[in-house]
Design a protein around this ligand. Structure first.
Ligand code: ATP
Ligand code: MG
Length: 418
């Protein structure tokens, strides 16, 4: 098998080799090249110790030197070069207590999470595949390297990674690996909310966002967060229980998870909103806050969910109202969001709405205080008391202008201050 390697990565492999060290591309980039996907980054694994890597290359950054990782700079791009290593005990269910460097590539591949992520490649040796990664790639399977129960109890993040990769690659999770996920679900308490969120976001942005249902099916949802679990795991009548109690009671979670059409653009706020669109806006905000999503995304999700059913048209007034409540790009997202999630009939109405939006924009109708014909100073001069009154008055004037754009003149507005 011939893999096309970017020139700088090739140069790193060659230089290490010339200096007497083994070096391979490894992990995600090998998997992605074989699948014909564009790799996100090019990781290199080597027999050279970090200090030796630093001697071979002029420009390096100590990224994670205690774990054996040095970033080699080629032009303005960095490549992570990590020494072959064995991970020590995992006392906290998440991180190894120590790492030991090893001269054996096999040992390094053995510590990796899934067979499809445990292959190495260089031009001289070709593909190194000691755990059946190629076969699993061919069959579309996510399978642990080694004993799944051990691997998930070492590092519980792997549980979510398995589901995330299944969504990104469109793969199924091999039976024993899936069984171990179910059994070891409570270990998810060791994974930080930030890491959980990062994995769930990648999952939702993937070509198979619907795989998020697996988070509920495997019983890990209670450990994502209470609010996340409750939203789509509600017993009739609203009684809420944790994952294990459910199992013991033979209680099946209620799967009200709406389908997430892949047409919804793979953008954070769009996909999170599609997933949470059956929630009340405040409920969605709480879930996202618990998962430490950034405020900008949270606000956008809240807006998309709040406005998903608002009647847009056929009059331009209602459209201008909606436009005035959010930034233009978010309004465009709202239209697209609704377009992706509605039935054919409603889609026609939305197409008409989009035409009216164009007209509103071309006409330059005022939809924000920025383009209102009067400002704070104008209305203070006209007698409005400085302070709270000013903002309230401007807001009221804007509402009048939204109803009838021709009212957006100084004369008209100053005559309608009270
Ligand atoms: P992507 O970058 O597309 O998210 P990736 O497979 O490259 O996927 P990374 O997180 O970049 O994933 O990790 C690079 C490699 O390191 C993985 O392919 C895997 O071999 C190994 N790895 C990463 N995280 C873990 C983990 N928690 N447990 C075991 N091995 C891991
Ligand atoms: Mg990667």
């Amino acid at each position: 098998m011939e893999i096309k390697i970017p020139a700088p990565a090739e140069e790193i492999l060659t230089k290490l080799n010339e200096n007497g060290y083994e070096a391979y591309l490894v992990g995600g980039c090998v998997r992605d090249m074989i699948l014909g996907r564009e790799p996100g980054d090019w990781d290199i694994t080597t027999s050279a110790l970090p200090e030796q890597v630093k001697q071979v290359f002029r420009r390096t950054v100590d990224t994670g030197i205690q774990h054996g990782t040095v970033t080699v700079m080629m032009g303005d791009e960095g490549y992570e070069v990590t020494t072959y290593r064995i991970d020590g005990e995992y006392a906290d269910g998440r991180h190894p207590d120590s790492v030991t460097f090893t001269p054996s590539l096999t040992e390094d591949l053995k510590r990796r999470d899934f067979t499809v992520n445990a292959m190495a490649y260089n031009g001289n040796t070709g593909l190194v595949d000691e755990f059946g990664g190629m076969e699993d790639l061919g069959r579309g399977i996510i399978r642990c390297v080694g004993e799944p129960m051990d691997r998930f109890s070492e590092d519980a993040l792997r549980i979510l990674r398995a589901i995330r990769f299944s969504a990104q690659l469109g793969f199924t999770i091999e039976g024993r690996t899936y069984g171990a996920i179910r059994a070891i679900a409570p270990n998810m308490v060791h994974v930080s909310k930030e890491r959980i969120q990062a994995e769930l976001t990648k999952l939702l942005l993937s070509p198979h966002p619907g795989h998020i249902s697996m988070v509920y099916e495997t019983g890990i949802s209670p450990y994502v967060s209470e609010t996340f679990h409750q939203v789509y795991c509600r017993k009739d009548g609203g009684g809420l229980e944790d994952g294990q109690k459910q199992e013991r009671a033979g209680w099946k979670p209620f799967f009200g998870i709406p389908s997430i059409p892949v047409q919804v653009p793979p953008v954070r706020h769009m996909r999170w909103a599609a997933f949470l669109r059956k929630c009340m806006p405040d409920e969605a905000v709480k879930i996202l806050k618990d998962l430490k999503l950034d405020n900008d995304t949270i606000n956008r999700v809240r807006t998309l969910i709040s406005w998903q059913d608002y009647g847009l048209g056929p009059d331009k007034y209602s459209i201008r109202i909606a436009m005035s409540r959010m930034e233009p790009d978010l309004f465009d997202d709202l239209l697209e969001f609704r377009m992706c999630l509605s039935e054919a009939g409603a889609r026609q109405d939305l197409a008409h709405t989009a035409l009216l939006v164009d007209e509103i924009r071309r006409a330059g109708d005022c939809i924000s205080l920025k383009t209102l014909a009067v400002g704070g100073n104008d209305i203070i001069k006209a007698g409005i008391r400085p302070g709270r009154e000013v903002g309230l008055t401007l807001a009221r004037l804007l509402e009048m202008v939204l109803e009838e754009p021709a009212r957006n003149t100084k004369e008209y507005l100053l005559q309608h201050l009270v």
